[in-house]
Design a protein around this ligand. Structure first.
Ligand SMILES: [Zn+2]
Length: 245
């Protein structure tokens, strides 16, 4: 799958190796059930970005090939959660599904939101922001988020034969997306490239020029925001699991 992702130009070379490590951990920990959920996640996330070309140029996307940091930001919590499956298989599936649902929710929200061309608003302040800005939300993007979380949660619920996982996966997937928007809007580093006179989310712009910090924390990258959002969803999933009948 990782090799195929690289061939299809969905992953960079390092991204493919990271995906291989995440995928192998998930397969060893949760078997074909977890592998199936991962496959659904990967196909759905890749497809939605390909089928819905953005109407507006999302500001400063890294490009549609995922690098190793993006893969680990999205996959390391899922792999870590899956490891619990070695001791308690149902818990491993639960944490894996919740993590991947949160990640898919964010990917689908971005893809559907930028495809719709609607002007996003900052979830915290309610002010309009440029499309693709972290923290910005739109109605179509939110519907997309529900779609992404539901697709992954459904696949987990089917293979784990757990209706509770459908509910938990969908709701906690959306929780992850909400945390992602709040953290992205409040704390993520925002920069400005003086060479290109464009806003950017990277401390070194893609043109190579060092960008000026405008807002947020310099070290708090979009990858780190994704990682934290998924971790919050997974940890909440773990807490719900303790309480679930
Ligand atoms: Zn530049």
């Amino acid at each position: 799958m990782a090799g195929l992702g690289w061939r299809m130009r969905a992953l960079t070379g390092a991204g493919a190796w990271a995906a291989w490590a995440v995928g192998t951990t998930i397969l060893i920990s949760t078997g074909w059930q977890g592998g199936g959920v991962l496959a659904v996640f990967f196909v759905a996330s890749t497809a939605v970005s390909r089928v819905l070309p953005p109407k507006v140029n999302a500001q400063d996307a890294k490009g549609d090939r995922r690098d190793a940091w993006q893969v680990l930001a999205n996959g390391s919590v899922a792999a870590g959660g899956a490891l619990f499956g070695l001791a308690e298989p149902a818990l491993g599936m639960w944490l894996l599904t919740v993590s991947l649902a949160a990640s898919a929710s964010d990917t689908w929200a971005t893809a559907v939101g930028t495809w719709s061309g609607k002007t996003p608003r900052d979830l915290r302040t309610g002010l309009s922001v440029a499309p693709g800005t972290s923290g910005g939300v739109t109605v179509p993007g939110t519907i997309g988020a529900i779609g992404g979380a539901t697709v992954v949660a459904t696949s987990g619920a089917v293979v784990a034969e757990s209706l509770g996982l459908l509910l938990a996966g969908t709701l906690l997937g959306l929780l992850g997306m909400a945390v992602d928007s709040l953290l992205g809007g409040a704390a993520q580093g925002r920069f400005y490239c003086p060479e290109c006179e464009r806003p950017t989310e990277r401390s070194v712009h893609r043109c190579g020029a060092p960008a000026i910090l405008k807002k947020g924390w310099r070290w708090f990258s979009n990858d780190l925001v994704n990682f934290c959002a998924i971790a919050v969803a997974a940890f909440t999933g773990w807490a719900v699991w303790q309480w679930w009948p």
